[in-house]
Design a protein around this ligand. Structure first.
Ligand SMILES: [Zn+2]
Length: 252
């Protein structure tokens, strides 16, 4: 087996491993998304609960102020009843009316705060329901992630063993080039040579679609490590392509 074929075995196992891991990753992403949604919902609910406490406390304070004003109004009315002169009566009446206006303003404020509190209460209940639903979805997502991990565990172990064996047969310097390429371009580390026009000897790299000179296509036939001059990936021949570009006389 030539060096390109040896490396291709490693590459094919790596792609299978990457496919399995990407399924697990998508389950993980889904779980993280659910966790984010859930904590955002809980955060909003807590913020509204604190607003509700504030609204209720302010309403109670203002109601207390209105009560005090009312008490002063009543004591002034008693004084009015006991007033000796018209002038005294009128002065007290003016004061009572001013207090009444103040008190009514306070009462309106308290009512507005209570209606805000009611709205907040409704929103909090709605968010409570959402939290319950999101908690369920999060549990499902966590279960899926766990199942997915268990599902691929055995196959991943098996493939890792295969990779180790395949990699051991590849010369270290070639392996180093491959590992570096994998880190840079992932699945484009290797690419098939494609035939554009066999008679004209026009070939392209399946990764970058750029033209590959004929000499390189020929060197691939002998199994030499051949890199695409454009994207630098390591080229390989599929059995079909190899068959098509092998000179007729060497097939006999
Ligand atoms: Zn290329």
């Amino acid at each position: 087996m030539d060096v390109t074929a040896q490396l291709l075995r490693v590459y094919q196992v790596d792609r299978q491993l990457a496919a399995l891991e990407s399924r697990l990753k998508s389950a993980e992403r889904f779980l993280h998304e659910q966790e984010r949604h859930l904590s955002a919902t809980q955060g909003r609910r807590e913020a509204l609960q604190s607003q509700l406490r504030q609204a209720k406390a302010s309403a109670a304070n203002i109601e207390g102020e209105a009560e005090q004003i009312k008490a002063r109004e009543e004591s002034l009315r008693e004084q009015m009843n006991a007033a000796q002169t018209n002038k005294e009566y009128k002065a007290l009446l003016t004061e009572v009316n001013a207090l009444k206006t103040q008190r009514e303003k306070r009462e309106e404020e308290a009512l507005a705060l209570l209606s805000t509190a009611e709205e907040l209460q409704g929103q909090i209940e709605e968010l409570g329901k959402q939290t319950e639903e999101r908690t369920k979805v999060r549990e499902i997502a966590a279960g899926e992630r766990k199942d997915r991990a268990a599902e691929i565990k055995e196959r991943v172990e098996q493939l890792k063993g295969e990779r180790e064996k395949a990699a051991a047969e590849v010369p270290a310097d070639v392996m180093a080039i491959y590992v570096e390429l994998r880190e840079q371009v992932e699945e484009d580390a290797m690419a098939a040579l494609e035939i554009m026009d066999r008679k004209r000897h026009e070939y392209t790299c399946a990764a970058c679609m750029m033209a590959i000179p004929m000499e390189q296509a020929i060197s691939l036939l002998s199994g030499k490590l051949t890199r695409c001059p454009s994207c630098r990936c390591i080229l390989y021949l599929t059995p079909e392509t190899a068959d098509k570009i092998t000179p007729a006389q060497s097939k006999r």
